[in-house]
Structure formats: structure tokens, C-alpha cells
Design a protein around this ligand. Structure first.
Ligand code: HEC
Length: 131
């Protein structure tokens, strides 16, 4: 029994190590694939991240788009104006900005999934100031 076990041990640990490595490689590959793909855009940020994003929009975006998002230096971001805007275009604007305008790109702070959530939240009026 003991002999059998000694023989099996290096084999089993090797197998374990290999499958662990395989799982890690798979996870890294999936994470890499998810980046920038439609999958990432459809995924929803965690509730904590959503609260963070809502605060971020009011503070950082409100600076130009108005504290109530009804417009200022930047155009209104209320549900009324955002509802008919193409989602992908708005996501691109948030991430890359509008060259030649005051609208900066927010890529250093926001991922594609974040930007996607913000656009949807704006369109659904989730971030509108209470009337
Ligand atoms: C420094 C000022 C400034 C800040 C801060 C800013 N924006 Fe803008 N944004 C602008 C301006 C100016 C425009 C309009 C540019 C133009 O079309 O001339 C704009 C345009 C936009 C548009 C396009 C709106 C439309 O009707 O097509 C979106 C969406 C947008 N901003 C989202 C955001 C979000 C989200 C944030 C925060 C993460 C943000 N902006 C922060 C200045 C700003």
C-alpha cells in the first residue's frame, strides 16, 4: 500500500499542478478574451461598483454637464436627451472623448463595462437628479 502510494504521489501532485496551471491559463485567457469584447460590455458591474460609478458621474461628469446633468459646458446627459443616442457611440465618447472639444476621454478611470453601464443608467434616468 505504502509503496503504491509513494509511486502515485509524484504522479498525483504533478497532475494536480498541471490541472491547476491549466485552470489558471484558462482563466487568464478568458479574462483576456473578455476585455473589450461584447461579453464584457453586456456584463454588469457589481452593485458596489455601480454605486461608485453613480457618484463618479455626479461629481466628475457633473462638473461640465451640470450637477443635475441638465447641461452646462457639456450637453445635457438626462434620460430625455440620452434615450435616443446610439449606445456604442456614447460608450466610445465616454472612453475616448471628443477631439477638439472639452470632453475628455475617461479610459484611465473607466472600463468598457463601466462606460456601458453609465450610458444605460443615463438613458434609463437612474442618474437623473430627483425632480
Ligand atoms: C471638462 C468638461 C467635461 C467633463 C468633465 C465631461 N464632459 Fe462629457 N462632454 C463635454 C462637452 C463639452 C461635450 C460636448 C462636445 C461637443 O459635442 O461639442 C460632451 C459630450 C458628452 C457626451 C455626448 C453627448 C451627446 O449628446 O452626444 C457624452 C455621452 C458625455 N459627454 C459623457 C460624459 C461622461 C459620462 C462624463 C464623466 C465620466 C463626462 N462626459 C465628463 C465636456 C465634459
Amino acid at each position: 500500500m505504502a509503496i503504491q502510494f509513494n509511486w502515485a504521489k509524484p504522479y498525483l501532485t504533478g497532475l494536480l499542478r498541471r490541472s491547476c496551471l491549466l485552470a489558471m491559463t484558462k482563466m487568464a485567457l478568458l479574462a483576456w478574451l473578455a476585455q473589450g469584447s461584447a461579453l464584457a460590455a453586456d456584463a454588469v458591474p457589481s452593485p458596489d461598483r455601480q454605486r461608485e460609478l453613480a457618484r463618479f458621474v455626479r461629481q466628475e461628469c457633473g462638473f461640465c454637464h451640470g450637477l443635475r446633468l441638465t447641461g452646462g459646458l457639456g450637453s445635457p446627459l438626462t434620460a430625455e436627451t440620452m434615450r435616443d443616442r446610439p449606445v456604442d457611440l456614447m460608450v466610445a465618447i465616454i472612453l475616448d472623448g471628443i477631439p477638439g472639444s472639452a470632453m475628455p476621454g475617461w479610459k484611465p478611470y473607466l472600463g468598457e463595462q463601466d462606460a456601458h453601464w453609465i450610458v444605460r443608467a443615463l438613458q434609463e434616468g437612474l442618474l437623473d437628479a430627483p425632480k
